[in-house]
Design a binder for this molecule. Structure first.
Ligand code: ADP
Ligand code: MG
Length: 751
């Protein structure tokens, strides 16, 4: 029989699989344990036969009855009408599609078992398309599971597959007895018992407990899942502690750890400020002195945290989170300066070309006067320019490389990359972060041959042996930046392998942005307000929403608004920016705006991140109800960057003839009520759940299937406390636990 769908080995090529096997694989149901952990969506109760007289309208019931009539009707449309009677009452079964074989099975006098939803009506009870089979046979003793399935995968096949997987999977205990005993949180259910129960619960179970997952069997599963996640994060963290990274301190190379090949002697850079006298201040101090402002306390503190990490021979893995406008760029520049001071290269990657370009301009402005060469890499670059840039990077002449995803492409070879900085990290996927981390050894061939300083861990194995290990183990320091702060529970669960620095202070002199929620019907007043700002030589953003289903509609909307505003504001340059424009075009529009020549910039969400034009004082967001909270917060952060009083208008439109939903209204009100990015992120998480919050691109990271971070904080704390003990005391069990729950996916959690 075909009921052993788990039989093909995981490596079997897809063409050798049957359609249902392919469908199983598509659902990620490959190993026995995957099937065992595929829990029912809901249950059907087939354990009882109900008397028709006791069945009420809306009940889903199972009856046994005799067919008393069976006929095909053609009015109002072709249908098979079957009347059954169980002695207590009669019921009409109605089928709109049917096969001759079914018709035959329903001949008058046959006794059948029927399952379906009872409907009332003045003609008496009825069921539409019920399932049925011959009466008799034993009744199941447990509820029947209904699983989520996919195309080409019949429920019955999936049920058999899950049953097989459940029977064969290794469900042995991974939580050592001493751990279980010490903890009151874990109920007396074993994983095996919990799974057996959840797939086939007894009919007396309190349904509500299964539905809200408060049942002890569910608690056990959630605890296991959270523990697996904590264990894998902690493992990644500990593995990282064994990796080596360049020690980034200025001046003489320290004896400890891995260091560049004598930068004093062969550094390819002009050695800013040090070249003539050999005495001048390090680059980062020169940069500090050249900045037109003093750092905030938060920037100084975070800068120190980063400097401490960079001075260690272990790769930094740090997230810098700071609200929009908190001044992350300069912190990044100072970190880059430290890498350059030590004779190494730094790469800065941003998610969009506009943002990368803005960083590039700013960093050039800061660093080139100090004698530092900055290279620029994007996808849209001309071949010739690109080749020149690649040269600069490979030779090490460019100490800093700024760009988009182009930075992680294969052809890009760094001479000696030591620090990688990712701006707006949530916009990058896991694979991209991994790629950046692997950029290290690519151009630093000479380092491999370098004998190690005595006392370096591993140096006793003989230089050759260690050198090979070194190539694999060297990584650049990694600094990730985000303006969407990560709520605590999320940080605890998904970013446990990350150190977090927080900029919790805005630069002085900012006036808070006033936020107004305004109906679309008052558009004219909003345009009047724009005139007011323009009269004061200020600039205005107008953001049109992204319409997911249709890029064309999206564009149409922005174009129409652009025309409308151009007409309403004669003599004012109104620009348009959208994602379909060529990079050069975007760039031209953006520079007109940042140079102050353009009064109003109409745009789709391409300006969402990072754009910095301090003279802009008004942000209008159309269809604000369609945006996520964090996104609104980001957009709002584009204004209020200078000293001028700034405002953000959240325009919403009433749906045809209706009112804005209560939830949307609440969200917009929340936006108007708070400026705290942390508070907004917390609410956003509540509303959207971690999957969406982290962004679709993060889906490589095994998100929680069973546990819910909003409600299972106690279990999360439990798992977090337990993970280190388990890794120390029961490493084998820990490994098995991770493999069981995450399989091949645990790699992703390391990025
Ligand atoms: P974000 O954290 O959103 O990336 P930016 O780095 O773009 O913020 O900084 C926002 C603005 O604040 C920029 O114009 C930047 O030059 C300015 N800025 C940064 N730090 C300070 C400071 N300590 N004092 C005054 N202005 C600052
Ligand atoms: Mg920024």
């Amino acid at each position: 029989m075909s009921a052993r769908p788990t039989d093909p080995l995981p490596g079997t090529p897809a063409r050798a699989l049957t359609a249902p096997q392919k469908a199983l694989r598509k659902l990620g149901l490959v190993r026995d344990i995957d099937l065992a952990l595929h829990l029912p969506l809901r249950y059907e109760d087939e354990t009882r036969i109900v008397r028709l007289r006791d069945a009420r309208e809306g009940d889903v019931v199972q009856i046994e009855a005799v067919v008393t009539a069976c006929e095909v009707n053609h009015r109002p449309r072709r249908q098979l009408l079957v009347t059954v009677d169980d002695g207590s009452d009669a019921c009409v079964l109605r089928f709109f599609s049917f096969y001759p074989a079914q018709q035959k099975a329903l001949t008058v006098g046959t006794r059948i078992r029927v399952r379906g939803e009872v409907r009332g009506g003045f003609m008496g009870k009825a069921m539409m398309h019920p399932s049925f089979r011959a009466a008799g046979g034993e009744l199941p003793t447990a509820l029947t599971p209904v699983y989520s399935t996919g195309a080409g995968l019949p429920q019955a096949y999936l049920r058999r597959a899950v049953a097989t997987g459940l029977a064969r999977a290794d469900l042995s205990e991974t939580l050592a007895a001493d751990i279980l005993n010490k903890n009151g949180l874990i109920p007396a259910w074993s994983l095996r018992d919990a799974l057996l129960f959840l797939h086939h619960p007894t009919p007396d179970v309190a349904m509500a407990q299964l539905e809200d997952r408060s049942h002890p069997a569910w608690q056990r599963l959630k605890a296991e899942e959270l523990l697996a996640q904590q264990l894998s994060q902690l493992t990644a963290r500990r593995e990282r502690a064994h990796l080596r990274a360049p020690v980034l301190v200025p001046g003489p190379v320290p004896m400890q750890g891995v260091s560049p090949a004598q930068p004093e002697r062969e550094s390819p850079y002009p050695e800013p400020g040090r070249s003539s006298s050999g005495q001048s201040a390090p680059l980062h101090q020169q940069l500090l002195a050249a900045l037109p402002f003093a750092l905030t306390g938060a920037q100084r503190r975070v800068g120190d945290e980063i400097a401490r990490d960079l001075a260690r021979p272990v790769p930094m893995h740090r997230l810098l989170q700071g609200d929009v406008g908190s001044g992350k760029t300069v912190v990044a520049a100072l970190a880059a300066a430290r890498a350059i001071d030590a004779g190494w290269q730094c790469a800065l990657m941003a998610p969009t070309e506009i943002l990368a370009e803005q960083h590039f301009r700013k960093l050039i402005g800061w660093l080139e006067p100090l004698g530092i060469r900055v290279a620029w890499l994007t996808g849209s670059q001309k071949k010739k320019e690109r080749r020149a840039m690649l040269e600069l990077i490979a030779s090490g002449e460019a100490a800093l490389v700024v760009g988009t995803h182009a930075v992680i492409q294969e052809q890009v070879k760094f001479r000696r990359l030591a620090l990688a900085i990712i701006d707006e990290q949530h916009r990058f996927g896991v694979a991209q972060r991994l790629a950046l981390r692997s950029k290290m050894g690519s151009g630093s061939g000479e380092m491999i041959e370098e004998p190690l300083a005595p006392g370096t861990p591993g140096a006793t194995d003989g230089p050759g042996a260690h050198a090979r290990a070194l190539v694999a183990a060297m990584e650049p320091h990694l600094l990730m930046m985000t303006a969407t702060p990560i709520p605590r529970t999320l940080a605890m669960s998904y970013y446990a392998d990350l150190d977090v620095s927080t900029l919790d202070e805005l630069p002085p002199g900012r006036t808070p942005v006033i936020t107004k929620v305004v109906s679309d019907r008052r558009r004219d007043e909003v345009i009047q307000r724009i005139r007011g700002q323009l009269a004061q030589e200020r600039q205005v953003y107008w953001v049109c929403p992204l319409i997911e289903e249709s890029e064309a509609l999206d564009l149409g909307n922005a174009t129409a608004t652009h025309a409308e505003l151009s007409a309403a504001l004669p003599g004012v340059l109104v620009g348009l920016l959208h994602s379909r424009m060529a990079p050069a075009e975007k760039k031209a529009v953006m520079s007109l705006f940042s140079d102050g020549l353009m009064g109003v910039l109409v745009s789709t969400t391409v300006i969402e991140v990072g754009v910095d034009v301090p003279n802009a004082s008004l942000m209008v967001i159309e269809h604000a109800e369609r945006f996520g909270l964090s996104q609104l917060h980001q957009l709002r952060g584009r204004v209020g960057r200078g000293a001028a009083a700034s405002a953000c208008v959240l325009l919403y439109s009433q749906p045809e003839g209706g009112r804005l939903s209560e939830a949307s209204r609440e969200r917009l009100k929340a936006m108007a009520g708070t400026h705290d990015g942390f508070e907004i992120a917390r609410r956003d998480l509540e509303i959207r759940g971690p999957g969406e919050f982290l962004g679709a691109r993060q889906s490589g990271a095994a998100l929680l299937r069973f546990a819910d971070l909003a409600t299972d904080t106690a279990l999360l704390e439990w798992a977090r406390a337990l993970a280190p003990r388990m890794l120390d005391q029961h490493p084998d069990l820990a490994r098995r636990h991770i493999a069981r729950w995450l399989g091949g996916k645990s790699e992703f959690l390391k990025a």
